[in-house]
Design a protein around this ligand. Structure first.
Ligand code: ZN
Ligand code: ZN
Ligand code: ZN
Length: 136
């Protein structure tokens, strides 16, 4: 780390890397607030809007997945695969399992075909209680 580095660009890159790493290590979905708290605890001088902007960029680049939690809040996760998939999410602890949904893919395709729609996308997540949480 040298003084010659331009603070602006390197800070953005550092924050993006920190967010990416944090989500890669997490096994569950995290909210922007949780990510923000984590970055602050590491000493990053980051603002919540910056965290949101970075998360949106990572999601647009398909580097992370996002989904809407029951309360309307958006949560983020670095998934093991970049291929299209769905999630089985614990509504209590936000633990997530990545699942394929062949029946859903076929259904979506046939419904789109029936109505003459092309370039159809979908986001379907399953919410429930994981084994750990159900035991409590
Ligand atoms: Zn995923
Ligand atoms: Zn759980
Ligand atoms: Zn699907």
């Amino acid at each position: 780390m040298t003084a010659a580095r331009t603070a602006g660009a390197s800070r953005t890159t550092r924050q993006r890397t920190a967010i990416s790493q944090y989500l890669a290590e997490a096994k569950d979905f995290r909210t922007a607030q949780q990510i923000f708290d984590h970055l602050r605890s590491l000493g990053h001088a980051v603002s919540l809007p910056t965290v949101y902007r970075t998360l949106t960029r990572l999601a647009d680049a398909a580097e992370i997945d996002q989904l809407r939690l029951a309360g309307g809040e958006t949560a983020y996760r670095h998934c093991a695969t970049t291929a299209h998939h769905h999630h089985l999410v614990c509504r209590h602890c936000h633990t997530a399992v990545e699942v394929a949904g062949d029946a859903i893919e076929q259904w979506a395709q046939s419904v789109a075909d029936q109505h003459g729609f092309t370039d159809v996308d979908h986001a379907i997540e399953l919410y429930g209680l994981c084994q750990e949480c159900a035991r409590r």
